[in-house]
Structures are given as C-alpha cells and as structure tokens.
Design a protein around this ligand. Structure first.
Ligand code: NZQ
Ligand code: ZN
Length: 405
C-alpha cells in the first residue's frame, strides 16, 4: 500500500424514518448555541418527497420557528433555489444570508448540488476573505471556524454526504472545480432511502452512473498490484451493476434503491481511495463540459467513460484485464490477447450504459453545432489528471470529445 491518511468525521444515520429519529439529537449536538438554523434546498423536490416537512417538524419540535425572531436565535432561515451544478454566485448569496441571519447550523436537504453548495456556504459564511480564491483556487490551509453543516440526502450519487468535497462553477471564468477539505465534511448525514423513490428515472440513471464512475476513476489508477482498496472496489462495482439493473427494471425496488444509496457513500467516503493515486480525468473532462453547457454530471460521464477507456486501456492493461474478469465475469480463454480481453470489459461497460438508457453521445446529451464549435476551447480548459495511467494531452482530450460526438 502507498502511505495515506484516512478520516471521516461525518456521523451517518441510515434508514426509513432516520430524520424523525435522529435529527433532534444532532441539532442538540452540533448547532451553535443561541444562533439560528439555515436550511438549504433546490427547486422543490424536497417538498414532494417528505424530507422538507420531516426536517421542519423536528426543528419546530425543538422550538425553532419559520417566522421567529432572528435575534432570539430560534429562527429557521430558508435558502431555496440551489440549482444543479451550483454556481459560485449562489454560494455567495447563501453565505451572505447565513452571516446576516447568524446561522449556527446549516442543513442541506437534497442531492449533491444542494449538499456541495451548503458545505461551501458553511466555509464562506464565517470567513473574512474570498473562499473561492483562497481554497478552491489556491488550496490554502483552512484555519478559520467553519459553521457546522449537516445534510439530509434525497438523491444518491456524489457521496458528498460523507466527504469534504464541494464542486462549484464559477460562471465568469467558466471553471467548474472541486476542493476537498476535512473541515468541509458534513458533521452529520441522514440517509432515508424512501426519499429517493420520487427521483425521476433520468436522475436515477445519471446518479447511479456517477457512483460507478467514482469507483472506476479510483480503481483505474496506481498502484496496480493487489491491494485492499481495489478488492473492495471490485465488490462494490459488481453489486452496483446488479442493483442498477434491478432499480431500472423496477424503480420501486427498495432493496436495490437502498443498496445504491449506501454504495454512493462507500464509493466516496475515501475508503477505496486509500493508497491510490486516483485518476478522475473523466470527471475533469465532464466538469468542463458542464461549465460550458450546464449538462448533467452523470450523463456526461456516461458518454465520456467508454471512449476514454478505449484510449488508456493499454496503459493500465493489468487492471483492465482484472476489470473484465472480476466485474464482468468474462473468460480470458475466449480472447486472443490480454488487450482484446481488456477491451471486451470496456465494451461490457458501454453495453450497460446503453441497456440502462443513459446517453451514449454528446448529441444525445443535447449538444448541437454551437457546442461542437466550442469543443477546442473546452478541451483547452480541462485539468490534466496526474493520477491517471497516462496523463492526456489537450489534443487527445479534443480527440476524445470528438469521438463522443
Ligand atoms: O432541485 P431539486 O428539487 O433538489 O431537484 C433535484 C435536481 O433537479 C433532483 N432531485 C434530487 N433528489 C430528488 C430529486 N427529484 C425528485 N426526487 C428526489 N428525491 O435531481 C436533480 C439533480 O440533483 P443534483 O443535486 O444536481 O444531482 P447530483 O446529486 O448528481 O449532484 C450533481 C452535482 O454534484 C457535483 C456535480 O459536478 C454536480 O455539480 N459532484 C459533487 C461531488 C462531491 N461533492 O464529492 C463529486 C461528483 O463527482 C460531482 O462532481
Ligand atoms: Zn461524479
């Protein structure tokens, strides 16, 4: 194993009814005394799946009020409208509100976009400087007091509930990027799979593919020798493929849906990243597509992954061979060479994408001639992963985008 540090400060409570059962205890444990509580959410799905009501009912039972007096420290401050692919401007708006209303706990209710935005708000609200510049761009140490932030998850995908990562889009510079600080880990995560049952099929597909992508981006990186991180990753990928198929066939399958929810966290609580260099080049390429076009994260990844892996398969041949064998149950005897065998594993991935109804080309993502013309500029703006089996050049990224067309 390579050397590593592993820690996860997030307290997780998982299961039906967990908000009713555990939120009050977490508020008592983490809310800064005498201060208000801010709840952040998106465009309203949380009001249809019950998560919003469950949170507000618990807060009201503790004496917090939506129309209360801010100076008494008992107000529920609402911050709605956090969009998918949250912008820096939205984060700053939330941070100003949190500071102005003296928030002593921020609760994000929603998917990755809401969680990321609320985590970033908790960093900026208590900070005198420009958090984007100092932390997201320069990566300076975080030494100020971050407002505690907890999350109620309604969509499994990013794993943001159990890590210190938050992805923001700066619309002015067209940079979409993540930063990962232990200080940004949510203090608690409440995960009730029944909230996720209202997700449209499109989000179910996109979110589940994002989870698979997180595991693959970690698995396909150094070291390639046997190690526990990759052993766990293989098991997670096999199980996720099984549950993905089951959930698409029957979206009401609670077993599959709850498995997927926990798989999202296991993929991103850093356990399978221990000792790995981590690639995330497909993510870098998708983030910039999203920065320019606002496309859906999981769908963009589904288009990019098979094309990218056909490019780098020979550079990490041993690992791609294991992927074909252990994740897809292919038999080496049926192939002439390791290369053919490894590529067959990548084609199994491509088949899964098609079978589950995800987009397979940029055109299916809705890109037209205007977006096509932008591809060279988007390729130019991509970060190049140094954790990959082979770092790409800008020219090759453009080739990959064009092959995705
Ligand atoms: O706006 P609302 O009402 O919340 O609706 C959302 C949104 O329209 C909806 N939704 C969520 N839960 C639902 C639901 N609809 C019905 N029923 C439910 N139970 O789903 C839509 C998508 O939500 P969003 O939060 O945008 O999706 P996701 O969880 O995929 O998050 C995407 C963002 O996370 C970033 C992505 O780049 C993107 O900005 N990522 C964050 C990471 C992290 N923090 O570690 C890592 C990832 O790789 C990723 O980059
Ligand atoms: Zn992702």
């Amino acid at each position: 194993m390579n050397d590593f540090i592993w820690e996860c400060r997030t307290k997780v409570r998982f299961g039906k009814g967990c908000v009713k059962e555990h939120l009050a205890g977490f508020v008592k444990e983490f809310a800064l005394p005498g201060r208000n509580i801010m709840i952040g959410y998106g465009s309203g799905s949380v009001k249809r799946n019950g998560a919003y009501d469950d949170v507000v009912n618990v807060l009201e039972s503790l004496g917090y009020r939506r129309d209360g007096n801010a100076s008494e420290g008992s107000l529920i401050v609402e911050f709605p409208g956090i969009m998918s692919n949250p912008t820096l401007a939205k984060m700053k708006e939330g941070a100003e509100l949190a500071a102005q209303m003296d928030a002593g706990l921020i609760i994000g209710i929603g998917g990755g976009s809401v969680m990321d935005c609320c985590k970033a708000i908790s960093v900026q609200a208590g900070y005198d400087g420009d958090a984007w510049e100092d932390f997201w761009i320069q990566g300076k140490p975080m030494t100020h007091n971050v407002i505690p932030c907890g999350v109620v998850v309604t969509m499994p995908a990013t794993g943001s509930e159990v890590n210190g990562c938050a992805v923001l889009t700066n619309e002015d510079t067209r940079i979409k990027t993540d930063r990962d600080y232990p200080e940004m880990n949510p203090v608690f995560a409440l995960m009730d799979p029944s909230y996720t049952l209202t997700m449209p099929l499109r989000q179910l597909r996109a979110g589940t593919f994002d989870i698979l992508s997180h595991i693959m981006e970690t698995y396909f990186s150094y070291p390639v020798e046997d190690n526990p991180s990759d052993d766990v990753a293989e098991g997670l990928m096999r199980g996720l493929v099984r549950d993905f198929r089951a959930a698409v066939a029957d979206p009401a399958d609670y077993r599959a849906r709850s498995n997927i929810m926990w798989a999202a966290s296991l993929a991103e609580n850093r356990i399978i990243k221990t000792g790995k260099t981590k690639d995330f080049q497909a993510h870098n390429m998708e983030h910039q597509l999203s920065a320019y076009t606002d496309c859906n994260h999981g769908e963009g990844l589904a288009v990019i992954h098979p094309v990218y892996y056909r490019h780098i398969c020979r550079d990490g041949l041993g690992k791609f061979v294991r992927f074909a064998e252990r994740v897809w149950d292919l038999d080496r005897k049926n192939y002439d060479s390791d290369e053919d065998f490894a590529l067959a594993g990548v084609e199994e991935l491509a088949s899964l994408i098609k079978e589950t109804g995800l987009p397979t080309t940029l055109r299916e993502l809705g890109f037209g001639s205007e977006e096509y013309e932008m591809l060279p500029e988007i390729a130019e703006s991509c970060f190049i992963s140094q954790g990959a089996f082979r770092p790409l050049t800008t020219e090759e990224i453009l080739d990959i985008y064009k092959e995705c067309w």
